[in-house]
Design a protein around this ligand. Sequence first.
Ligand code: HEC
Ligand code: HEC
Length: 456
Amino acid sequence: MFSNTLNLLNIGALTVFIIAVLLLLLVERELGIDGKLGNKGKWLLSASLGSGVLAFAFKLSLLLLMVNMPEQAIAFYKPASPTDTVISRPKPNINTSTPQVFSKNYVWESLPNSAPTPEDNPSSPEKIALGKRLFFDKNLSLNREIACASCHDIDTGAGVDSLAVSRGIHQQQGTRNAPTVWNAAFQAVLFWDGRAASLEEQAKAPFINPIEMGMPSYHEVEQRVFADKDYRQAFKQVFATDEIKITHIAAAIASYERSLIANDTPYDRFVRGDSKALNAAQLRGMALFESIGCVLCHSGANFSAAALDNGGAFYRIFPARSTFEIEHYKLNQDTGRAPATDKQGVWRVPSLRNVALTAPYFHNGAVNDLEEAVRIMASVQLAIPTGRHGDLGQSQSIWSASTQTLQYIESRPLSEQAVMDIVAFLHALSSDRLKKRYAHKPISQEMNDEHKNPLF
Ligand code: HEC
Ligand code: HEC
């Protein structure tokens, strides 16, 4: 194919050369003897004729190249796609033992039936039962009204309270939305900003958080547990201890949380081989979720680069771009891991499992619909304008001084149909049993009503 083109190019060049020589001879003959042009004029005329011939030759060879190798010729002019160079694609996890579905650049994995357990906190049915009791125990908060389960409704709420921001003792409002505890056992770091390194570490925090459970100290929590005869017996059986410590309490709760696994989803059934588990819209959404780059961050079996064993970058800048939605939903006020003075926050990539059951969305719970959350992600994190927000459709260049790279990001709008397809796919990440017993009505933040904007 390539040598063919070269041959054609050679013939083309030869023809052009012959035509050029003939033309020059013609000029010389016509103007040379009785022509009024002087020597200088003759050369000027020959040069202009010659350059015309050369331009023609160049066009001819380009045309030949495009006819023979259309893809290469066109690719030469095409700007790099944003997903190629902004962040490298996650590497397929070839060694995983779970079933997989392969697409061009990505491997879809299903969630295993059990989460990895740390060596220093082995699980047992008794420990899980003890952890469950602690998780549901309101007696362990200052006014004995709030349990872990008050904000993480395991039974009818898919592990959340469905409030924009949680309410703790005395109805005090926090500043962040409660993430689900279902499948949290697969996350390598916990909290929106990933500040807890394990479930064990995380489980201690809410007890002494003044807004959440409000206990004055871990010691007081230990005493409340110790005061109960059944607890004393259970701790003796599980931890072989007479002295109940906060670390035992947290270990039991973490064990219980590792039992909260929900992989009974249409997506997992599809990846395990049931080709009918996803409908047409969900399949389109799944393909889009990969092709437009959601998998750059929401990758792997738990749809989070911050999942155990995923080897991804746990934290990402959010918002990556500032759009009017960011201002409207006040998504840049809390900066997560970044200093409070920064314009952009840094956050752990959250899992998207059961996301259709855990509205409202984002760290401040300011967004009620999943459609809107998807539009925001596309435009803010991937610079892809969405149909409704046509004004975002500006291509842009990104210069990185540290890597000395200049990159062009072409803006290709995402249609509303495409947004709906991605949402349909996200619905396929809901556990059947959590969905069946789900009985919440997500409550939006008053903030949203206060700032109603005619655009929305
Ligand atoms: C007042 C409501 C409230 C109570 C009570 C509460 N939580 Fe939470 N929980 C939250 C909120 C809000 C967050 C997110 C906070 C953040 O990221 O800064 C959270 C985060 C978590 C996470 C992290 C999930 C993830 O994906 O990162 C886990 C696990 C968790 N809580 C377990 C517990 C346990 C165990 C208890 C009881 C000891 C508890 N929670 C009590 C509201 C609550
Ligand atoms: C560059 C990384 C990145 C990309 C790409 C990305 N996300 Fe996100 N996503 C995040 C981060 C970080 C958050 C947490 C934001 C916050 O702090 O509220 C998030 C949050 C979300 C949420 C809200 C989750 C919740 O529980 O509230 C949804 C839904 C979501 N992403 C979907 C998507 C979809 C769909 C795409 C593709 C269009 C996508 N994301 C692309 C990093 C990314």
